[in-house]
Design a protein around this ligand. Structure first.
Ligand code: SF4
Length: 391
């Protein structure tokens, strides 16, 4: 019988205190055998945090520098010859600026580790075994050179998926062009294809300060005070999702990754060590819109069989990018349809906009916004453009 993958949950008492955070990180690692069971003397270790944009860790948008520092120091104590922190921040933000704002520029110099901007480092094309969307991808060479990759994402809700966790965090390894292609060609499967190349040896989820609501950058911080670690990234993501009150299989990339053999998403087949999920569970607030209620505001929305990708994108665009900014008028007079089984309604008053790859077949009948799912920014840009044309 196969052993159950282990996922450790440890509590951090003081989320702003380095020694307290380090204690929790070490405790979670020791519960699954310790970092020294992975790192051998002389190894090169790459720590991959989530540094999406220039936001301080107290916002919950970026990995706590205390967690990153603890991982670097523990890797050195395990005998690592070289330790690097590597990240390529989100599209449109400058990684160097993010390193400075998050305090990592100063910390890395103080503790003697390298900072690598993955947007500027040398890349190689690698073929993807069983890649379903991508046959090959450009990957930074440092991932191939590292003996151990330590993945250190933050627990956050997301505008496309119910949550962004460990598997999704590896997207920081991509060049900007590929990040955009991922949205066009199927984000969830693309993330899984990427992980077939760069699946980290260990994932340490930073739940000291997570983010709920309009993640990954505009949400509300959640002072959760937990660290979740596992050698199985899919299992780590599944346990983290459960702590956030989310069914792991609702997160498409987690579901696909488990189906394609990258790890275990079945909570009944995961051994949780340290604290139990119930002891730290704190449901994260998520956007949940009643699309039908927008009809009285002059916006018709039809959805059938949409994955969380399109649903989350639509909720983020409507509630955050439009409604909360007083711009809902941009959608007025439109009939928006999305989802795998949606049809054009027999009767509709607004101008038809087909949203997402599943509705491409209807593009002759109205306008079409591509993407699987479309990027929220592309949808916003589409309606801004239409409003400019109409003026
Ligand atoms: S376009 Fe279709 S398959 Fe892609 S995320 Fe949307 S509903 Fe799912």
């Amino acid at each position: 019988m196969m052993n159950k993958p282990q996922v450790a949950i440890a509590k951090c008492q003081k989320i702003h205190d380095y020694l307290s955070v380090r204690k929790a990180v070490k405790e979670s690692l020791d519960l699954i055998g310790g970092l020294d069971s992975l790192v051998s003397p002389g190894d090169r270790v790459l720590v991959k945090p989530n540094l999406i944009a220039p936001y301080h860790y107290t916002t919950g948008a970026t990995t706590s520098p205390h967690v990153i520092r603890a991982l670097c120091e523990l890797a050195k104590e395990a005998g690592a010859r070289k330790v690097s922190i590597a990240e390529g921040s989100g599209v449109g933000s400058k990684t160097e600026e993010v390193f400075a704002v998050t305090g990592l520029k100063e910390i890395s110099a103080r503790i003697g580790v390298d900072l690598i901007n993955l947007k500027k480092t040398k890349t190689v094309y690698l073929g993807i075994p069983n890649g379903k969307v991508f046959r090959r991808l450009k990957i930074p060479e440092v991932f191939m050179e590292a003996d151990v990759v330590v993945n250190a994402p933050v627990m956050k809700t997301h505008d496309v998926f119910p949550a962004t966790l460990g598997l999704k965090n590896m997207k920081g390894a991509l060049q900007e062009k590929d990040k955009k292609r991922f949205h066009k060609w199927g984000l969830a499967q693309s993330i899984v294809d990427l992980n077939k190349l760069v699946l980290p040896q260990i994932t340490v989820l930073d739940g000291t300060i997570g983010m709920e609501g309009m993640g990954p950058t505009h949400g509300t911080p959640v002072n959760l005070g937990v660290i979740i670690s596992s050698f199985d990234t899919v299992a780590a993501d599944s346990v983290a999702a459960a702590v956030m009150g989310i069914d792991p299989l609702e997160i498409e990339y987690v579901k696909l990754a488990s189906e394609q053999g990258l790890g275990c998403a079945d909570l009944s087949r995961i051994e949780v060590v340290g604290l139990r999920i119930e002891e730290v569970k704190r449901p994260f607030k998520r956007l949940k819109l009643d699309f039908a209620s927008y009809r009285e505001k002059g916006i018709e929305i039809y959805e059938k069989g949409a994955c969380s990708g399109c649903r989350n994108t639509m909720e983020a665009v409507i509630a955050y990018y439009m409604e909360s900014k007083g711009r809902l008028g941009l959608l007025k007079g439109y009939t928006l349809i999305f989802g795998q089984n949606v049809k054009i309604p027999d009767e509709h008053e607004g101008k038809l906009v087909n949203i997402g790859l599943c509705t491409k077949k209807f593009r002759e009948k109205g306008e079409y916004v591509p993407g699987c799912p479309p990027h929220p920014h592309d949808l916003v840009a589409f309606f801004e453009e239409r409003s400019r044309i109409l003026k």
